[in-house]
Design a protein around this ligand. Sequence first.
Ligand code: BG6
Length: 511
Amino acid sequence: MEPSDRFIIVIFGGSGDLTKRKLMPALYNLFQKNQLPDKFAIIGIGRTAFTDDSFREVMAENIRTYSPPDITDNITMSTFFKNVYYQIVDSEVANDYLRLKQRIEFIDEQLQSGGNYVYYLSTSPHLFQVIADNLGQQQMNIESNDSGWKRLVVEKPFGYDLKTAVALNNGLQRVFKENQIYRIDHYLGKETVQNILAFRFANGIFEPLWNRNYIHHVEITAAEKIGVEDRGLYYDGTGAVRDMVQNHLLQILATITMEPPSQFNAPAVRNEKIKIFESIRPITPQEVSKYVVRGQYAESVVRGRTVSGYRCEKNIKPSSRIETFVAIKMFIDNWRWGGVPFYIRTGKRLPKRITEVVIHFKKTPHRLFQRARSAGVEENQLIIRVQPNEGILLQFGMKRPGAGFDIENVNMDFHYKDLSDTPIPDAYERLLLDCLHGDATLYARADAVEACWSFITPILHAWKKDRSIKLFTYPAGSWGPKQACDLFDDPVDNWHYPCGELMEEGEYGEL
Ligand code: BG6
């Protein structure tokens, strides 16, 4: 891809964790691959008292930690850091924005970056609106042919429920036009999520099967091995549904199920996705127990080591009823997917970090080889491994060599790493680059965010209001509450387990 226009990116939350772990390494990697223009600037913004130099030092340390050693040579690093600056700003103090504006304009004059600015909001969500309003107050949002483009990237969580998401959309749109707003969902920047689109729409053989006539059900799993770590303050007010389902998992669902867009551009792709979000069958408060299972991890013993339960983690209320696991059975009421159940689940402290989609095809209409020794014949499965070990696996039955007709399931396995020696770029690299090019295809549009919250919010409200809806516990290192299996109508069906449980001792229960 050609380098973008010259630009200045202003990162609010410049000394925060995301900047350190993701944004700065992503910008450095793009620079190192010559994907940035000849002149650009990165301005970290925060309340911490850094100078340009001390900020550069801290960021250099982070890049060395989070990037492969062979790309962090001193010359490239020092050339990159000539473009990095820091400005102390209290996001809530209006006057600070005037100083910021002057600083940006000064740097712009030196770089001749044509007034092209990205404002990246990587702060606590309560500041999103405050920052946008202050930028507006200083007219830092204004675009015109000769004043360059202005783009606002908004991190998650985008709202807390439907009402707050609508308010945030309306509030931001009072200052920035919708085409200036980039709502980031890093799952959309993952190569393998994009590859779902290529897999579906660059090949003629799968699409005819991609519907209710051939697909029995679909599973989407995003499992994490880690617990809440040091994010207790955020997570204990959020939970798995808001943290992972409302955004990442529903976006994967839409990528799997959307109709082919007429063109590959932002409006066409987003128009197809919104149709999916609007076709998701609502789950009423009375149906929540039937279609949704929530859980919270409890203490267990894994490889001889005691792993803490959620309620004993740092900054978690000892009586917390926040879910760290959720499984949902859902339907998409449209022509293509009518009647096909979609099972989605996510959780922390599960046995393995894995994100995958499993497409379960229907059984053959007649089981020709159904004999005692070939009882293992299963329906075909297509497994899309989003991470790790990125790839696609197709499972089908083959005759075992020798006498008779014994059928065995075999795998045709494609590993993404076989395609090229280039390591898979981090999602943030792709998304930042797209934003610099003005391509919003992989960003969420206002209506999509609201449609996702419309599906999620009644579930959250039911949990809050109806204490009879159970919150199960599962031992850390297990695959979540056993009740998640009850979502399947047919006991023959069950979740796909990519590995066994790690937990050696632990109990399932209820809170
Ligand atoms: C984030 C969530 O959006 O995604 C985290 O806030 C979660 O809780 C993370 O750990 C998972 O992302 P990835 O890319 O590691 O699958």
